[in-house]
Design a protein around this ligand. Structure first.
Ligand code: 5GP
Length: 120
């Protein structure tokens, strides 16, 4: 399926700036932009600029370790920039059972309201 070959997704167009997004942080390896359908007052997606086969966390390989760490640290930088560093949530949906919809690995950074647990 598309999911397993790592076909291009809408996020490639966002990275290429072919479609607009509200970018909140960017470096050479990652891009962070506001989710188009926010589930909290602050809802930002952090993605690797190069997918390198990293469609979902459940397909990660050892070569992805460095970018995975970089993404997580970028999530913290984003939280700091957005003023939510003292309370925020990071979510990765991996696979259909977890409701992943875009098969280009991404971290959701959510905050600005009281979160509930369990998420359901
Ligand atoms: P997933 O469901 O795969 O974990 O998350 C995908 C996220 O991407 C969803 O929260 C969805 O709202 C967001 N999204 C999908 N298409 C676009 C888009 O074109 N622009 C932006 N900014 N977010 C998008």
């Amino acid at each position: 399926t598309n999911v397993d070959i790592g076909a291009p997704t809408i996020f490639d167009k966002i990275i290429a700036k072919e479609i607009p997004s509200s970018i909140v942080y960017e470096d050479d390896k990652v891009l962070a932009f506001r989710d188009i359908s926010p589930q909290a007052p602050i809802h930002i997606l952090v993605i690797p600029k190069s997918r390198d086969g990293l469609t979902q966390l459940g397909r990660a390989e050892q070569r992805h370790e460095e970018i995975l760490g970089h993404l997580l640290y970028a999530a913290k930088i984003v939280a700091e920039k957005e003023g939510i560093v003292d309370g925020f949530r990071v979510v990765i949906n991996s696979g259909p059972t977890a409701c992943q919809s875009v098969y280009h690995l991404h971290l959701h950074v959510l905050g600005g309201r009281q979160m509930k647990w369990p998420p359901g």
